[in-house]
Design a protein around this ligand. Structure first.
Ligand code: SF4
Ligand code: SF4
Length: 379
């Protein structure tokens, strides 16, 4: 499979789900993963200012151990952590120091969509990114995006200098009305942008053997990994520069690299099989939370209720593999309240337009998670 126009192989190493040992990154394993990834000819690494400890881990495992020209780094500007425009440059200095480098290869505005677009306008993050490129502090500029196709079209019309867009694309979200992967992809293509794909396996959920996807895909072809389907779906799309994978062990690196190096586009029969998987997952009963967040302001324990209901829904659909999503949320919000903190006051339920018995879900979530953990401990 040929490389894309920026000359990188299309598998990227996402530094957001690194293996943990004794409360910090398992440096021995991470170093071995980095070495293997580079040895296989891959070079793209993705982190962000807000991934706790991730930029430092990247410096220790990659920048301090390999020649700078042998890899590229993407990091992201967290506008939501900034109150005035001058703080943007200060944040970049922190990132550069943590990363141990004097330039970034791909510098993105992080997670645009809705209100955060207005904030980027207010801070003139667009002009800031352009000036960082002119100064040579970054080689390419772009943004990661979680908004609507109309918002994406508007940004790319107003800011044609943005070279790359990072989008959430996977075969399950392709026609998901909440994510709208296909429409976002089509807008990015219309503007002729290079696309970096995040969540190609939906946080690992489309990679688990013990899952709805796994059951169907393994029965169809037991000789390939479940994850390989998700990557082949992405690499079958024109204009994809890189698909990020938050890999956690050497086996995943070897498997994903094997899929890339032996890539063949999906056949019509295989596409139909993925649609069957997506339909089966979509039709699995789940809690009808719309993420409106009317409940959260009334919770005395400050539990991020819709986030946990989302994870609980994933548990219903994907079974044990969901532990990935849970640990990710814990890494993203260290010290935050969890469903186990629910005191069953039901203040939230009075405000839920979907009449969800939230306190009951919090209790079920907690015991289900314990079940999963006990099984992992016993394994
Ligand atoms: S029932 Fe639980 S989740 Fe709901 S408001 Fe009370 S503490 Fe928060
Ligand atoms: S109020 Fe109900 S529907 Fe809205 S986020 Fe909370 S649980 Fe979900």
């Amino acid at each position: 499979m040929s490389d894309n126009q920026l000359g990188i192989k299309k598998l990227g190493f996402g530094y957001m789900r690194l293996p943990i040992k004794n409360g910090r990154f398992d440096s021995e394993t991470v170093n071995a993963m980095v070495d293997r990834f580079l040895e296989l000819g891959y070079s793209y690494f993705d982190t962000a200012f807000i991934y706790e400890g991730s930029e430092d881990a990247l410096r220790e495992s990659l920048v301090e151990r390999h020649p700078r020209e042998s890899f590229s780094i993407t990091t992201k500007l967290a506008t939501f952590a900034i109150s005035d425009p001058s703080k943007q440059r200060e944040q970049l200095e922190v990132s550069l120091k943590r990363l141990g480098t004097d330039y970034i290869d791909y510098y993105f505005i992080h997670g645009l969509g809705g209100e955060s677009i207005k904030l980027a306008d207010k801070l003139d993050s667009w002009g800031y990114l352009r000036s960082m490129k002119e100064l040579g502090l970054t080689r390419h500029i772009g943004f990661s995006f979680h908004g609507t196709p109309a918002e994406l079209d508007d940004i790319l019309t107003k800011h044609p200098e943005m070279e790359l867009v990072q989008l959430q694309i996977n075969y399950l979200d392709w026609e998901n009305p909440e994510v709208r992967s296909r429409e976002l992809y089509e807008v990015a293509r219309k503007h002729n942008k290079q696309i970096s794909v995040m969540e190609p396996t939906k946080g690992g959920l489309l990679a688990g053997q013990d899952s709805t996807a796994g059951d169907i895909l393994k029965a169809f072809n037991p000789n390939v990994s479940v994850a390989s389907w998700a990557f082949r779906f992405i690499w079958s799309l024109e204009g994809v520069m890189v698909a990020l994978s938050g890999m956690e062990n050497l086996e995943q690196i070897n498997d994903n690299a094997n899929t890339f190096d032996n890539f063949t586009p999906l056949t019509p029969e295989e596409r139909a099989k993925l649609e069957e998987v997506a339909e089966r997952i979509r039709s699995t009963p789940r809690i009808p939370c719309t993420s409106c967040r009317y409940c959260t302001t009334h919770c005395p324990q400050k539990i991020q209720i819709p986030i946990y209901i989302g994870i609980y829904n994933n548990m219903l659909v994907f079974r044990d593999t969901n532990s990935t999503g849970y640990s990710y949320s814990q890494n993203s919000f260290p010290g935050a309240s969890t469903p186990a903190d629910c005191i069953k006051c039901r203040a939230c339920e009075e405000h839920c337009p979907q009449h969800i018995e939230i306190s009951d879900i919090m209790e079920k979530f907690t015991s289900k998670l314990e079940e999963v953990r006990a099984r992992f401990r016993a394994a």
